[in-house]
Design a protein around this ligand. Structure first.
Ligand code: 5GP
Ligand code: MG
Ligand code: MG
Length: 179
């Protein structure tokens, strides 16, 4: 285990098992369709590549990058799109792939944004969710694991651009982000 990690929440094996289950569910739900898989850079990349290989209907790859400036004092946050999808979204069945849903602010902006551009459907898959932190109501179609209010890293998730390559999800030691 990495020295900055306090506790492992989900091992590589637990994650792979859950990702296989999610892939099977998505395969069943999208039978006969092609999915435009929209990964949210960069945190979702590891989950995205694993999930995509567990989906057995045709899939096209695309990515978006956004930043959200939420304030703890208010329930509103401004979301900026840094990189939009390359594909035309009109008529497509889009599955957004996120690493973690925290306040929900990012997705509460992105889902209507894609629907307004004429997508046939917009659904949401996230590896992790922190329901106790939610500031806006957001419907999650595929949820890997619900976790308590702790700052986690690994399997794509970073702190200060590090730890994304850890193969497990772990809780970061408080001393790392308070110093
Ligand atoms: P929100 O749902 O608050 O709009 O934003 C979710 C984003 O905040 C995630 O995509 C992720 O980048 C970041 N985030 C939220 N909680 C955590 C966490 O526990 N660890 C890490 N590494 N990022 C988090
Ligand atoms: Mg993210
Ligand atoms: Mg981050």
């Amino acid at each position: 285990m990495h020295q900055d990690v306090k506790e492992i929440l989900f091992t590589e094996e637990q994650i792979q098992k859950r990702v296989r289950e999610m892939g099977a569910q998505i395969t069943a739900d999208y039978a006969g369709k092609t999915i435009l898989l929209c990964g949210i850079l960069k945190g979702a990349v590891v989950f995205y590549t694993d999930l995509a290989r567990q989906i057995q209907v045709p899939v096209k790859f695309d990515f978006m990058s956004c930043s959200s400036y939420g304030s703890s004092a208010t329930s509103s946050g401004a979301v900026t799109i840094r990189k939009d999808m390359d594909n035309d979204v009109a008529g497509k069945d889009i599955l957004i792939v996120e690493d973690i849903i925290d306040t929900g602010i990012t997705l509460s902006y992105l889902v209507p944004y894609l629907k307004d551009r004429g997508a046939n459907s917009v659904k949401l898959a996230t590896l992790l969710s922190k329901p106790s932190r939610r500031q806006v109501d957001i419907h999650v179609d595929y949820n890997g694991f619900e976790i308590p209010d702790a700052f986690v890293v690994g399997y794509g998730l970073d702190y200060d651009s590090s730890y994304r390559n850890l193969p497990y999800i772990g809780i970061l030691k408080e001393e790392i982000y308070t110093k």
